[in-house]
Write a protein that binds this ligand. Sequence first.
Ligand SMILES: Cc1cc2nc3c(=O)[nH]c(=O)nc-3n(C[C@H](O)[C@H](O)[C@H](O)COP(=O)(O)O)c2cc1C
Length: 206
Amino acid sequence: MSNQNKPLIVGVSGASGLIYAVRLLKFLLDAEYWIELVASKSTYTVWQAEQNIRMPAEPERQEQFWREQAGVPLAGKLHCHTWSNVGASIASGSFRTLGMVIIPCSMSTVSKLAVGLSSDLLERAADVQIKEGRKLVIVPRETPFSLIHLRNLTTLAEVGVRVVPAIPAWYHQPQTIEDLVDFVVARALDQLDIDCIPIQRWQGHG
Ligand SMILES: Cc1cc2nc3c(=O)[nH]c(=O)nc-3n(C[C@H](O)[C@H](O)[C@H](O)COP(=O)(O)O)c2cc1C
């Protein structure tokens, strides 16, 4: 229970690659972290497109859903929020956190964060991390990036947001899709000083 003093907020937006969020949850829950999760409205559409799965909206059923996807029925603490509930705990700076990771992060969410828009709970929670000077890590997924995307990402980097694009490396000789995904997830958690994923790290030559 040592990782349960303060929660980590996990935001899931409607970019492709929900497997990134699933693998992140798997490792954090296995390591007994306390997760406050908010998935944007568009996430429902992406679940349908990628897996032909209907994500439940009701928070308790959604917790069970994410646990099933991650294959972690009991460990850790997971509390899901409704995407529109801007009155939730994580919408306030007085609710203390370890920070937040948005994985995967859409260009729409990037653009809204870059102008300080808080039109749903995910954006509000992220805006709170920025204003409170807490750690915010985003894992953007889009290709190619337009100049607008790059400018918005630059704006976020300038205020201290850690940008960890969903770009895996190949020097660790990945054998499975999970190997590729886990590399990205581990690098995102590196930014929060969380080390709970056994990836092959580069040790250098000689
Ligand atoms: C199947 C599917 C895949 C998508 N993939 C991406 C993506 O990889 N990157 C992205 O920026 N937007 C992607 N989108 C578009 C976003 O879902 C859309 O811009 C949405 O408004 C994002 O809302 P959100 O940021 O509130 O989640 C995708 C949409 C669908 C339906």
